[in-house]
Write a protein that binds this ligand. Sequence first.
Ligand code: CTP
Length: 383
Amino acid sequence: AAQQAGDELGYSVFVVGGFVRDLLLKVPTQDLDLVIEGDGHAFARVLAQRFPEGQLILHEQFGTARLEFPDGSHLDVARSRREDYASPGALPQVEESRLRDDMFRRDFTINAMAIAINSTRSGELVDYYGGLRDLKQGEIRFLHNLSFIEDPTRILRAIRFAGRYGFRLAKETRDGVDTALSTGVLRKLSNERFTEELMHMLRELRFGVMGESLLQMGVLKEWFESELAWDFTHPVLNKEVPPKRKWLICLRKMDLSQFERVQEKLRLSKELRGLTQKFFEVMTGLSVLRSSDKISLEDLDHYLEGLPKVILEVLMLDERFHDSLKRYHEATEGIKQKVDGMTLLQWGIKEGPEIGRILKSIRSAWLEGEIHSEEDEQKFVAE
Ligand code: CTP
């Protein structure tokens, strides 16, 4: 459809960036970026006619357009970025140099390739900067020395792509990261942008690998301005598990001041922030309890009742808590408490603190195995 639209309007059309990279790597990819030589909105409108299920969004300011599809994927249309407007009949060399400029502004060689899709040159790979070579040799290479200074998020992007594809950073690119870090450009990033990049990593399969690189290259130390007890070694961090679980796992060795630093320097979502806070509270609570010999089920219940499952799962990985949690899990599994506040009121108990006290003692009777069934429960209350 893009080919037809391009041919029809007389515009050169290229697929660019991540889509090309993933196509050459033969890995699945979702979003499609097109760069065209011509009026981006006109092109997007023609294209949109062919996809009635897609929703067209035009950005006046940038001349870009996006087609969003019901499955969550999208297609972006941009003009190759030059200030002057391309006319449909522009000389081919001029067009090519625009595309070259556009590619040069990108982050890494492997992301700076294009594939022509007009029928006259369909499928032709445009690779000015050795992207294909770097894909083959597994290297992340920036396009110029100022890349990280211009855009420090690229430091995290480099690590993310390297981790995702099992690539390494090319020598000069690694040196570039070191230079950027030592000049303090990372600190110029807003908390929001740093967090956003970190969250991108967290959604990746091999988050553990990426985290190790962040540590090793000194990115985390530079960003948090101190050496925190990150732990990216757990194998689950490189498996298909929910991001929030990975997040708690890598934090679990930290102490209070370190947790506070993390919260201070990141703009986590409300959910993740709350989870982090709760996780820390429970961990602290349990560590204090642990100094007593055998923790009572009631004490465990105080910290663990109603806790989000993900926190329990992560606590389970900790040897210090493993046995207590198992015991607690077994004890709570069988609890089928039927009596609640409403029941007690119906049974004629007056509203007030008494209700809470009774409910609490019912729950600990269940926990301690003094109650096994609904009947036991009723008898217990009657007594
Ligand atoms: N890009 C860049 N510098 C950035 C962010 C993006 O040069 N800081 C360029 C890259 O060429 C990239 C394109 O913009 O290919 C699209 O960015 P994005 O959608 O973030 O990346 P993808 O390469 O599509 O990666 P992903 O597979 O993670 O979506």
